[in-house]
Design a protein. Structure first.
Length: 173
């Protein structure tokens, strides 16, 4: 399969699951910043449930914190945003020419530490979606769980931009 292979179409009920190969076709992120491993449930333009398996091999554990490895809260928020990005980018035909960027983080709360061996379940719901020619933006409420315990939450806002935006004209080295 190539990265341009189509993403599986949602079932008639609007739900689907995605494995890591499908996620790699949707999100531009790669190791070490790809923070979702699987999508368990996806309801188009509404919600997504994704998984991040947290292992001791994560590069951030080297310094956060030696002897007491805890996943940085900012990366939990990033995982929430990536799950939301996977949901939104499934709706964008030319997603390979686009990138989803943060425009805001609100009401972030961190309730419990996330450690190696934990499985982070990310539940993200779309609260607002606006698409006009040349611009797509969304606001999403995300929750992160380990087992049945909520470990973090945040409202994230994002916007879809052209992936060439911000790059030099090519004449600069």
């Amino acid at each position: 399969m190539t990265e341009n292979s189509p993403v599986p179409e949602p079932s008639p009920g609007g739900k689907t699951a995605l494995d890591i190969h499908d996620i790699l076709k949707i999100l531009p992120h790669r190791y070490p910043l790809l923070l979702i491993d699987r999508v368990l449930d996806l309801k188009r333009k509404e919600r997504i449930v994704a998984i991040k398996n947290v292992t001791i091999n994560e590069p951030f554990f080297v310094g956060h914190f030696p002897g007491l490895p805890i996943m940085p809260g900012v990366l939990i928020v990033e995982a929430i945003a990536q799950a939301g990005g996977a949901l939104l980018l499934t709706e964008v035909e030319d997603r390979h020419d686009k990138v989803m960027v943060f425009t805001g983080i609100e009401r972030a709360k961190f309730r419990r530490p996330v450690s190696p061996g934990d499985q982070l379940r990310l539940e993200v719901e779309v609260k607002g979606w606006r698409a006009v020619p040349g611009m797509t933006a969304a606001k999403m409420q995300g929750y992160a769980y380990v087992g049945e315990k909520r470990v973090a939450e945040a409202i994230v806002s994002c916007q879809l931009i052209d992936s060439s935006r911000g790059r030099g004209s090519g004449g600069e080295e």
